[in-house]
Ligand binder design. Structure first.
Ligand code: GRG
Length: 285
């Protein structure tokens, strides 16, 4: 949890099967279309929003949303607004997390962090604008269960999710000696797993999921969410991997992923994309 000068590329991009590549292209094309043009005023903020979002992230959260939509029997495209909103929110969290008052990172996704290229004030506004655009996108494109979709995503990025995790993280940075494994697990849960879990739930809701379909998907989401952070910590040799040891962290991540895949059994063959994403995550650990 120490402050770092760079935010290293974390979990590597999926060596994906064709379908995952197609879905990733679809997400990228839609993001490109949703983001305001750089030539439109306020140019600097629009240029910076595009710089941050269109810079080659893995699109893990949108892929989970699209995969969950397929898993409940709807076409992946139906969850596209949800997937793109999640990527906008994720990117906002990265831009703000890199700020000097937070993690103070110089690099993100292999290029200068937003505040290093566009200045701190603009980076704050870029994060705010991305978060706001996410909810505008959700409001513009109605999906089944749209109120539940907004509530699910709102909860995951509020004080009981991302923000809450960031508060704990800031406290852990200022008092590193008092960071117990329990605290690090709470941070992982709120900062990372909550949005991953919400991506799956929101994608499924947009596909018209029934409560019976949501239940196994939430079990999958909780497992994959924590596994994602464990693996990220193993790569960076920090956080939970440092507290519990890399081998223990890897074993726990593998167990969580195996259980997540098992949880998908009631959804049958339709959950193929979610199985592929979990298998890819297991490969990266
Ligand atoms: C609201 C300021 C604020 C912060 C919220 C989410 C968060 C807290 C901060 C982001 C920084 C961080 C390291 C979060 C942990 C989750 C994580 C591993 C993010 C990296 O996600 P990837 O690997 O990144 O999916 P790409 O670049 O592929 O999208």
């Amino acid at each position: 949890m120490a402050r770092t000068a760079t935010a290293s590329p974390t979990v590597r991009a999926p060596k994906s099967a064709n379908h995952l590549e197609q879905l990733t292209r679809l997400v990228n094309q839609t993001l490109e279309r949703l983001l305001p043009r750089s030539a439109v005023s306020p140019q600097v903020v629009h240029e910076a929003m595009r710089y941050c979002v269109l810079s080659g992230g893995k699109r893990f959260r949108p892929l989970l949303a699209l995969g969950a939509c397929e898993a409940v029997g709807a076409p992946a495209r139906q969850a596209l607004p949800v997937g793109c909103a999640l990527e906008l929110i994720h990117t906002y969290s990265l831009v703000h997390d890199d700020l000097p008052a937070m993690d103070n990172a110089d690099q993100r996704r292999g290029q200068p962090a937003c505040h290093r290229k566009f200045g701190e004030g603009n980076a704050i506004l870029v994060g705010d604008a991305l978060l706001t655009l996410a909810f505008e996108v959700l409001g513009r494109n109605g999906t089944p269960n749209s109120l539940q979709v907004v509530r699910t995503i709102g909860q995951a990025c509020g004080t009981l999710g991302l923000i809450g995790g960031q508060v704990l993280d800031l406290q852990a940075i200022s008092q590193p000696r008092s960071s117990t494994e329990r605290t690090l697990r709470d941070i992982a849960q709120l900062k990372t797993a909550a949005l991953i879990d919400a991506s799956i739930a929101a994608g499924a809701l947009a596909g018209g999921a029934s409560p019976a379909q949501l239940k196994p998907l939430r079990r999958y989401g909780q497992g994959v969410g924590l596994a994602f952070q464990l693996i990220d910590d193993i790569h960076d040799q920090e956080g939970l991997a440092q507290a519990m040891g890399s081998d223990n962290a890897r074993n726990e991540a593998q167990r969580l992923i195996a259980r997540s895949i098992d949880a998908l059994a009631p959804l049958g063959a339709r959950a193929k994309t979610l199985r592929q994403l979990a298998a890819w995550l297991a490969e990266t650990s």
